[in-house]
Design a binder for this molecule. Sequence first.
Ligand code: TYD
Ligand code: MG
Length: 454
Amino acid sequence: MAKTKSFTCTACASTFTKWSGRCENCGEWNTIAEQGPLSSGPPSKTLGGKRGQTIQLTDLATSEAPPPRTHSGLGELDRVLGGGLVAASATLVGGDPGIGKSTLLLQGAAQFARAGLKTLYISGEEASAQVRMRARRLGLTDAPVKLAAETNLRDILTTLEAERPQLAIVDSIQTMWADNVESAPGSVAQVRACAHELTAFAKRHGTSVILVGHVTKDGQIAGPRVVEHMVDTVLYFEGERGHQFRILRSVKNRFGPADEIGVFEMTGRGLEEVTNPSALFLSERGEPSPGSIVFAGIEGTRPVLVELQALVAPTPHSQPRRTVVGWDGGRLAMILAVLEARCGIPFAGLDVYLNVAGGLKITEPAADLAVAAALLSAREDTALPADTVVFGEISLSGALRPAPQTENRLKEAQKLGFSGAIAPAGGKIGSGGGLTLTRPSDLTQFVGDVFGAG
Ligand code: TYD
Ligand code: MG
């Protein structure tokens, strides 16, 4: 079979069949270089005559002790990790620049060090003096954390070999560079190579490695996404810059449930845990107002109440605006379409704005009904009773589907002093949390029950 040449971009590692001056994938100039011939699969039909070794097989029933875990004492962090930090694991903490990743991990490092782990914090972004200054501000100077400011991966691995820490934090993976990879630090090829070496080190020596990765605004290039599949646990640190709330969310966890969240508040003295997020998310709520609805959600294993705010106003533009913060824009379009098609409530010619208060990002379909309620309440300019929570999924037919963990949502609402709930018929409600329940079976009935004839 004829062997073809291949060309690879040194910045983003895409491969092409012909050379060009500019990489089509990442847009960099002069980064495409010729590689050895592209392999067209194994050279012959079989591996040849050489024998490999027989692999030892085991069965599923073999029992092993669960991997050892260390608790930091920061309850919110431990929960998101699935109940503490697992030895020999690789974790990625991603987030926008400036959101507080370094702060979180310095606090985490100090806590783990106090809990007895030999901890090493390697900063590729800040000088040791800067990290020390931050530690002083956070009141962490007494914690036995060892610091280094370094970006050369080979030196870092040699140091890790010599020190053999139990926890190594690398802040950030985008600043690290391996000298066997020719592209610039932060490029996909570098990020991938460095993450691979560090994860391999974690597995080989039983060190827990935490990598920090920046998410770039416009996309994935050099973002932490390329390392997601290499690590055991992926956590994202999110929040709105103007808000003090920060949410640490696990999107992948080989050692615990995914989709768990930890809530923190950024204060002058670093991040503080928020053990009752619902109270916090609702604390800024004023008098009942049109467009404001409390959604009883579930984040991971925990119920969280949060306020949804909608504004509906006649548009001055030919194309009405649909703006969403904290929820999915496509899902909003779907709810608007269902309201129009199934209930005859048009939103044409109206601007629609939807906001999740407090900087939380909601992904649950169970928010559908709360969104619909907020939209209708804003459109009709009528406020719903302030002591009522709403949740449930809307299907395209206009039918309502019960949300999972209905009972937990109701209990949380009752705990926070709510007295009523609007939720789809069906689903296990237990005692109903002692709330007055309104249980419509479809959207039309919901509109009728809640907003009169609609
Ligand atoms: P940082 O941890 O440096 O963010 P990242 O590593 O994700 O880029 O946090 C930066 C922001 O946090 C900065 O704007 C200041 C704020 N901050 C506080 O409000 N209080 C504090 O105690 C600290 C250390 C930072
Ligand atoms: Mg940082």
